[in-house]
Every structure is written in structure tokens, then in C-alpha cells.
Write a protein that binds this ligand. Structure first.
Ligand code: FES
Length: 56
């Protein structure tokens, strides 16, 4: 499912990024560009990232 519509970033890409070692929203901004346009995806992107961090 697409999380960030502006940049076409899926929940799967966010989980893969967590597996590569990303641990914060600023990492996600820098590496994937999540939330860099309208910002509406930020809270859901954070939720996906935190759930996956907890599941590691
Ligand atoms: Fe992610 Fe707009 S949906 S920046």
C-alpha cells in the first residue's frame, strides 16, 4: 500500500528501510523522501516505521 502518495513510497519500502538500519523519521526523509511534499503521510509513515522497529 502506498503511504506517501506524493513520492510514491509504499509501506513495504519503509519496512525495508528499517531493515537496512533506518530508525528515525529524519532518516526516512533523507533516504526515501517520505513527507517531503505535502506532509500528510508523516504520521502514518511514523506508525509503520515504529511498528516495524518494535517487530524487529
Ligand atoms: Fe507524503 Fe505528500 S503524501 S509528502
Amino acid at each position: 500500500m502506498i503511504v506517501c502518495v506524493c513520492n510514491n513510497i509504499s509501506d513495504r519500502e519503509i519496512r525495508q528501510a528499517v531493515e537496512m538500519g533506518l530508525t528515525s523519521m529524519s532518516d526516512l526523509y533523507k533516504e526515501l523522501g517520505v513527507g517531503t511534499c505535502c506532509g500528510k503521510c508523516v504520521s502514518y509513515a511514523r506508525e509503520v516505521m515504529n511498528e516495524h522497529l518494535d517487530a524487529r
